[in-house]
Design a protein around this ligand. Structure first.
Ligand code: GCO
Length: 415
């Protein structure tokens, strides 16, 4: 018999986006250059994306009408500090308007200060390979928080600060792109006047060096954000696969967990929350992640359809970080919207089990509000609760959006 489960009062129900993936024309960022360089691995450039830079008001109104109370989005460093030390008042004002629109609709804005993209000048001058990027990032955070802090409800310093290390340790990527062997990469560096050996955009740099820069950037950015004097929770968000040992994989699993999860959980101990971002599980063999077993259902990203991964990662994050958990991303790219409902339903059952067990879990944020620019996969994977017609930029609400919005409004599910 179905039982009604009530989420705790004040539970955050939201959706997430990232500036580069939805705003459009993020021309001063490192990724924009990469997308436009001949022979780039990106299948298409981001272009206008969802034009949320201009359409934020309707998007935020849509969220509120659906029943959500939280919107997680990122502010773009490449817009706010287009050249070193030059902060754009006009771009900060833009984000003040976005934040104000959230408040107008009783949506709590959760602001991410870095979501993969960086200004060209940062990436070209050592980028995430270089420790000084941590200082530069903290300075930008301090400046932005001072200007925007009165309107921020909660903040994430860095999105998936462990993603590069995670992809490298499971064997998905090489240690670093070798500029001598990669013409497109050298050409991208040349286009911004950088030495290819010093060009280090996040996820295209030395992943283990970047991990340490990211850890340091977070350590410096959290107090820099808090120095604005407005009191709101600050945390980091992490890419957390549910790692499971396949035969012979125990030692490798332990190494991966230690080096790309636990080291971050330990840093999060000093924070107000830890952001869990989970999409699937990875079965780890002796040499790294194994592909999904033949015959299993896969998402449009090629991941195994495995919504139970969320519960596993929440439990680990909570046990080790020992701070409240917010699910800052969970979701699925699905051509069939009913599979989205099924995925989220099962994931939320796991969330409910965690809460029943006393885990302090403060919110569930679905990735994503809209179909958007999925990095090197372009516009093909559709994660959105709302579909976007990329010719007209019109939005169409999917049934899953209404279904999840009703759960948010009721703050309860049938389990
Ligand atoms: C990430 C990011 C998002 C992605 C999402 C879907 O996890 O890579 O936070 O930018 O778009 O996860 O893959």
């Amino acid at each position: 018999m179905a039982e009604r489960f009530n989420f705790p009062d004040g539970f955050a129900w939201g959706t997430a986006t990232a500036a580069h993936q939805v705003e459009g024309n993020n021309v001063n960022s490192d990724y924009w250059v990469i997308e436009h360089t001949p022979r780039t691995p990106f299948i298409e450039p981001s272009g206008d994306a969802c034009d949320q830079y201009h359409r934020y008001a309707e998007d935020i109104a849509m969220l509120a009408q659906l029943g959500f109370n939280t919107y997680r989005f990122s502010i773009e460093w490449a817009r706010i500090e287009p050249e070193e030390g030059h902060f754009s008042r006009a771009e900060l004002d833009h984000y003040r308007r976005v934040l104000a629109a959230c408040h107008e609709h009783r949506i709590a804005p959760m602001v991410t200060f870095h979501h993969f993209t960086s200004p060209r000048w940062v990436a070209g001058d050592g980028g995430w390979d270089d420790r000084k990027t941590a200082d530069r990032f903290a300075r930008y955070c301090e400046h932005a928080a001072k200007y925007l802090g009165d309107l921020i409800a909660s903040a994430c310093t860095i999105n998936e600060a462990n993603l590069g290390a995670y992809q490298y340790l499971i064997g998905m990527t090489r240690e670093r792109i070798d500029p001598a062997r990669s013409r497109w990469f050298s050409e991208a560096a040349r286009r911004i006047g950088a030495d290819p050996n010093r060009f280090a955009p996040y996820l295209m740099c030395d992943h283990m060096k970047a991990r340490d820069t990211m850890l340091e950037a977070h350590r410096l950015a959290a107090p820099a954000i808090k120095s604005c004097g407005h009191r709101f929770p600050v945390g980091i968000t992490l890419a957390l696969s549910d790692f499971q040992a396949a035969p012979g994989g125990a030692a490798r699993l332990k190494k991966i967990r230690t080096e790309c999860q636990d080291i971050f959980f330990e840093v999060a101990r000093g924070d107000d929350f830890v952001g869990v971002q989970t999409y699937t599980r990875d079965r780890i063999g002796p040499d790294g992640a194994l592909p999904p077993e033949p015959g299993v259902e896969k998402t449009m990203m090629g991941y195994e359809f495995w919504p139970e991964a969320l519960e596993g990662t929440i439990r680990r994050a909570s046990t080790i970080a020992q701070v409240p958990v917010i699910v800052t991303e969970n979701g699925i790219a699905a051509a069939d919207d009913s599979r989205r409902v099924e995925y989220v339903r099962r994931a939320l059952n796991g969330v409910a089990r965690c809460i029943k067990d006393g885990i302090p879990l403060h919110g569930y944020i679905y990735w994503s509000m809209l179909d958007n620019y999925e990095w090197n996969s372009g516009y093909r994977p559709t994660f959105g609760l709302a579909a976007v017609d990329f010719k007209t930029l019109g939005r169409t609400i999917r049934p899953s959006a209404r279904w999840l919005g009703e759960i948010a409004r009721a703050n309860a599910i049938e389990i």
